[in-house]
Design a protein around this ligand. Sequence first.
Ligand code: DGY
Length: 423
Amino acid sequence: NSDLDQKAKSILIENDQGGYTVPTKGLYPYQWNWDSVFVALGFATFDQDRAWREIEMLFEGQWRDGMVPHILFRKDDPSYFPGPSVWGTNGGPIPSSGHSQPPVAATVIRELVDTDVTGLAHDRALYRAGALFPKLMQWHRWFLAYRDPDDLGVIAVIHPWESGRDNLPDWDEALRAVEIADIGPYERKDTSHVDPSMRPQKADYDRYLSIMAACRAVDWDPAEVARTCPFFVADPGVTFIFLRANRDLLSLAERLGRDAEAEEIRGWIAKMEAGAKTLWHEGLKAHVAFDERSGKLTDGISSASFLALYAGIRDETTMASLQAHFDRIASKVRYLMPSYDPDHASYEPLRYWRGPVWAMINYMIARGFAEAGDTTRAERLRADTADLIETGGFAEYFSPETGAAAGGGTFSWTSAIWLSWAS
Ligand code: DGY
């Protein structure tokens, strides 16, 4: 559909701020970590150089300790809250938020290298991957040191925003345990851009800000944050994305002749393959979140449960149970994959991460199914994503029931996923 291709390209160009792209104007006026990385896939379909630039600019914000922040505040924009002064960080060269986001970069960088398969273009891609490689190593080491300090082989998030899936029901119980700090009055901006019924609630925001206050109190020192943060929940989303990213990082290490690093990464992969069992919920027959502070597993299936396949966890039990969950959920909603199980009491079809479908999650889940040999379910996800975009446009997310567009409009990563996969 060349009209939609054109529209998708023009959204990326429109959201381009000169080397980096905002997710959408107004609602998210800065550079977001995993948004940017998915955006690179979109640029790669018509401008390889620009695709690399997106990721390179993201890594310009890397902290001294290795962390790559979830938001880079390259210039102040009053349309967003909480801005740089609320975060109060000083760990890196560019004002930023204080935590990270799902590490999709190594996977997409490998993808960029694999797309340019011949001659000079391939050499150039490999050269640029080589320049990013040490930064990726540093970032991945940071995740292992400060988001898995007890060596469980799973990655925790210190804030719902770090998971990228902000108001997921999985965080509810852990958030309830967060004491509300003296955060004073504050004015949200998101609900002036988007219908509040599609956004997190005030009770969530009070806790989002309270966690930030606790981290500010230890000056965002990563070891202190890991030790004292009131929220510390192992996330199947970040864990599986990280495990997958390590496999792709290993492939890059091998091609770049980085033998010592390759050996180090093999160790991480082995540890995480074993660690993933920590997230297995025997009753649900799926991977869920694990609250490391309370020692409890959560009780619902989210779209990230399906990312086990993308992470390369494809034993018979996982495969069969995910196929069964997929079919059950498909019988409940018209469009896959809802971000939360429609059979769960906390499911809400239009509220952000409590039910809506997200294009880039579908892309990752589909890759996992395809790589596991289940091309039928992979194709179903692609077709649903294409239908949603064809009828609802390049929205932030969509209702799994009606396909209605929800959240922000003219969204960069939805456009990128259209160009690189769904169309
Ligand atoms: C927001 O502001 O809602 C973002 O999702 C935080 O990353």
